[in-house]
Write a protein that binds this ligand. Structure first.
Ligand code: ZN
Length: 572
């Protein structure tokens, strides 16, 4: 079941209704903490046992469990091994849930050796229902999970991988400066919404975070090279909305159960579709509309190929990289490609990817392609993409004159197109298989057999019209956008003012109670409040996500705020 698909509810709900205590095995302390907090906030007695807790705290929780006062006990796989013969024998176990079960498999992308010992659970508690859950399960991993947990003829449920609330967009061929500009514009368009930017290298995360900070974007960097306390703080700041953006390596994410991440950007291309899918999956867990954007470049491809070649699993990783590349280059509905990668077929285009939103317009680009291919041939297939473009556009760069490229017949034949247009069309030629990149020699371009056919007029080249976007210029830093002070914005619409006020109240409560804002009320709940504008406690109880506990705790202050914004007198 995909991230955000409702895996937790599959064991939490039975745990509440069945007598006894449910044991939940979870790999990450941060993840446990988050789930336990969310359960307690909803009035459900839950607890976690982990090795970082002081012994007296652990003792207290063991006692509560034995007294039957805990409905859900979260515990690490190591914890299972150490509690197996004492605590677990003394509890009336209602069910056992194994979360992130792909960690059990060598084939999964997140293998954890501690998980392989979990077969003891079925051996020791053969009659207790056991459920294993994961968001990343290709076939081989699924089989492995079943075998390792010693499950006999289990029922297997596979739900659709589709996350229709995530928009999918890919942009290619942008240089560093253009990427930064595009990101600043993107964040500007997602005012106050939390997001993650994944970068390939640690230094990139820090540089980008610094750059964004210059545009008054509250940003923090996160990578595995930071000291643990810094990482912890970055994570907490992000979860509690003290920063809007985190620039991170792939080290960031697994422990983050933040439901209102509204967007994910890939600053670089990921190495496989599994990674990509898992990372974009961190957006929109609450099911609300969220955006994803990936920047793709030949430079990334060259680096990723090198990683794959040195990885010790060269063939598999190169194959995965190729699938990822094909996804990036596709000009058919991207969601269809994603879903088919995970073995799902769909009948219709999604309407929520860049290809669906801007269907490609084709034209006969044979002459354009011939110019480029002949340019490559005349240099002896010795130039990379940017030099080729300079030759085609007749650049006066000294290097070109030194090498005599200015005397080539193709020098300047492509002046009518901008640098950016050429770049885009060369990417298309790569994708169509007219040219290829020589990875071993700094990205030099080679003409393929198919390319020769176009060059000699034996075949026509259908290309896609390139439409330029306008977000390449950076906004000025001074007077850039700053987040607003904590008071209701006075805007034209009551709804906007109301939403803003509700968010601020939620944030204040979150800071006071030290719990993440989305645990108090989800974005969806706030939207429902804006729509229904409840001005009494009764009406407030009808809002999505408001149970008795939250009604008692927060109802009055939220209703008072809504009345205030609507300029109604205080309730007597
Ligand atoms: Zn689509």
């Amino acid at each position: 079941m995909p991230t955000g698909g409702g895996k937790s509810i599959c064991f939490q709900l039975p745990a509440i209704y069945l007598p006894g205590t449910a044991i939940v095995v979870s790999p990450l302390i941060a993840l446990m903490k988050d789930q336990v907090e969310a359960l307690i906030a909803n009035g459900i007695p839950a607890a976690a046992l982990n090795s970082l807790m002081p012994e007296e705290e652990r003792h207290r929780i063991r006692q509560l469990c034995i007294q039957g006062k805990v409905k859900l006990l979260y515990i690490s796989p190591e914890g299972i091994m150490s509690e197996l013969h004492w605590l677990l024998q003394r509890i009336d176990i209602s069910l056992i849930a194994i979360d992130e079960a792909h960690c059990i498999s060598h084939w999964g992308h997140d293998f954890r050796p501690e998980y392989t010992q979990l077969s003891v659970l079925k051996e020791n508690f053969p009659k207790v229902p056991l459920i294993a859950l994961t968001a990343t399960a290709d076939k081989i991993t699924r089989t492995d999970i079943v075998e390792q947990l010693k499950l006999v003829d289990p029922k297997i449920f596979i739900s659709s991988f589709d996350r229709p609330n995530l928009s999918l967009t890919i942009r290619r061929g942008l240089n560093k400066k253009e990427k930064t500009a595009a990101i600043v514009h993107f964040i500007h368009a997602h005012h106050r919404q939390s997001g993650i930017i994944y970068c390939m290298s640690r230094s990139n995360t820090e540089k980008l975070a610094e750059e964004l900070a210059e545009y008054s974007i509250r940003t923090i960097a996160y990578h595995a090279g930071l000291p643990p306390e810094k990482r912890e703080k970055a994570q907490e700041d992000f979860i509690n909305d003290r920063v809007q953006v985190v620039c991170a390596t792939v080290a960031f994410g697994m422990g983050i159960d933040k439901s209102n991440v509204r967007w994910v950007i890939h600053y670089n291309m990921p190495g496989s579709i599994e990674n990509y899918y898992q990372e974009i999956g961190r957006a929109g867990r609450d099911g609300m509309k969220s955006d994803t954007l990936l920047f793709y470049s030949v430079g990334d491809l060259i680096i990723l190929r090198r990683f794959a070649e040195d990885s010790g699993q060269k063939d598999v990783n190169l194959q995965k990289l190729n699938r990822m590349r094909r996804y990036c280059e596709a000009d058919i509905c991207r969601r269809r490609i994603l879903l088919s990668y995970f073995g799902e077929e769909t009948e219709t285009d999604c309407g929520n990817c860049d290809v669906c939103k801007n269907p490609p317009q084709r034209f006969d680009g044979s002459i354009l392609v011939q110019k480029a291919l002949s340019g490559i041939f005349r240099t002896g297939q010795f130039v990379n993409m940017s030099t080729l473009i300079d030759i085609l556009r007749g650049s006066e760069r000294a290097e070109l004159t030194e090498k005599g490229y200015n005397k080539l017949k193709t020098f300047g034949v492509g002046k009518d197109l901008s640098y950016k247009e050429w770049k885009e069309y060369l990417y298309q030629m790569l994708q169509l298989g007219y040219i290829e990149i020589d990875y071993a020699s700094a990205g030099r371009l080679k003409v393929t057999q198919l390319g020769r056919k176009i060059l000699f007029g034996e075949q026509t080249a259908m290309m896609t019209v390139y439409k330029e976007t306008k977000d390449f210029a950076l906004p000025t830093k001074k007077g850039g956008f700053k987040y607003r002070p904590i008071r209701p914005i006075q805007s034209a619409s009551v709804e906007e003012t109301l939403l803003d006020s509700l968010q601020q109240l939620r944030k204040q409560i979150s800071e006071r109670e030290h719990i993440p804002a989305y645990i108090i009320f989800s974005d969806d709940a706030l939207d429902d409040m804006v729509e229904k504008k409840p001005t009494t406690l009764d009406a407030f109880s009808e809002i999505r996500g408001v149970g008795q506990l939250k009604l008692d705790k927060y109802g009055k202050v939220f209703v008072a705020l809504i009345r205030f914004v609507l300029r109604l007198p205080k309730e007597s």
